[in-house]
Design a binder for this molecule. Sequence first.
Ligand code: SAM
Length: 509
Amino acid sequence: MEDGGQDEGFERFLKWAANLGISDCTTNLSLHPQSPTSCLGHSLTVSHFPDAGGRGLAAVRDIKKGELVLRVPKSVLITRDSLLKDEKLCSFVNNNTYSSLSPTQILAVCLLYEMGKGKSSWWYPYLMHLPRSYDVLASFSEFEMQALQVDDAIWTAEKAVSKAKSEWKEANSLMDALKLKPQLLTFRAWIWASATISSRALHIPWDEAGCLCPVGDLFNYAAPGEESNDLENVVHLMNASSLEDTSLSNGETTDDFIGDQPDIGLERLTDGGFDENMAAYCFYARKNYKKGTQVLLGYGTYTNLELLEHYGFLLNENPNDKVFIPLEPSMYSFISWPKVSMYIHQDGKPSFALLSALRLWATPPNQRRSTSHLVYSGSRLSVYNEISVLKWISKNCAMILSNLPTVIEEDSLLLSTINKIENFDKPTELRKLLSSGEARAFLEASDLQKGKNGSELMFSDKTKRVIERWKLAVQWRISYKKTLIDCISCCTVTINSLSSQTILAIRTK
Ligand SMILES: C[S@@+](CC[C@H](N)C(=O)[O-])C[C@H]1O[C@@H](n2cnc3c(N)ncnc32)[C@H](O)[C@@H]1O
């Protein structure tokens, strides 16, 4: 993601936000009148976190878990309703001809229309600080998609691109009718608008397209995980009406959320939500924060591929990442758990459902019925059964790895080359870095070399984006391979331990 910069203009934006009632003052506003110069300063400040999302929000004081840290009034949110207050836009959008467009497509068109207004837009101070580009999967070129190496991931990327293309084509006639400027009619502009929505829009109860929330969309992401065990402490600090999920604009994680009420059993994410009583979007601290540290938000529970698809980044350590390995249909036919529950955790451990399904599959057919209660309770069936299951998993992980074009060591080397390319300062050095293997293929695929000698290979913003996406693809495949390698180690350790226990048992008989 390329952010919209942070300068004098950004300070004007924070002042604009303060004048509209956005506030990080968590106590009674009448006791602490909002500073006229910035909406921040009581709890939060804008800061830069190079390794955790770039521009983000830091605590300016120690903050306690559950504290209200930011409030954004409803009147400032950018929604379809608020954008459709523009009469011309409204009359076109409400024309029956466009009724087949989805709420998100309409919001994307409205956003582009609003961008077209430039300085005359009411939201101009906010819009001008939106990122200029995104690294979501829909923006990946063929080369970047292939760099993912894994068929499922390439397929997900191809699907994201073709979905974006068809949604753009469907919206074309409305955008033409609105006479958007030519640069706002392009596929690139469409990717920008839809990625702005997918990576920044927050859930609101009255519109499935969600809303853009000035200042509230500056929170970077931390995967929900460890702190979710303590949710009860947070929940009682909030009104039930504020406990909506945050950032579910594209609905990807809606299956984690049923209805509008909090459900501790489902470990809902409770760090932000629209509060009817306050008529504002409210953000709460999900844990204690020390002064100076980054205050983060859980947008939802995502694997790294999903993060890449909708947000354009991934996490080295993601407790919600999953690697799926191909299973034969017979393996899940005996068990009622869905296929999506059968995977390998990022740390290499097979999921409960994967182990259970394989335990039953490895049981002789005539014993399956009598052992299924043990399988459902997560018990091992026998040493022999356990070893066969772990051997099967380990063998398949090894097979997947051997079918991929490169090994993890090569990828790690490539990643360090990409890091050097990003920071190169001598053209001769750059030429050398780009002279072989995937780096050379990158150079050829990305048109960088056309008509240019080494000294002209100075990187434009566009080139930096291409490199960033290539790097993301390589990081993703490294993480994928690492999980499979860790799984093999994990299985081997257990197999060895079970085998030695058996040998010992035989000897002591
Ligand atoms: C809602 S915005 C957060 C604010 C954003 N950093 C900005 O400058 O506007 C979400 C985007 O921030 C970036 N981001 C958020 N959390 C991140 C993280 N933990 N690591 C890397 N990038 C992150 C991603 O580009 C994501 O699409």
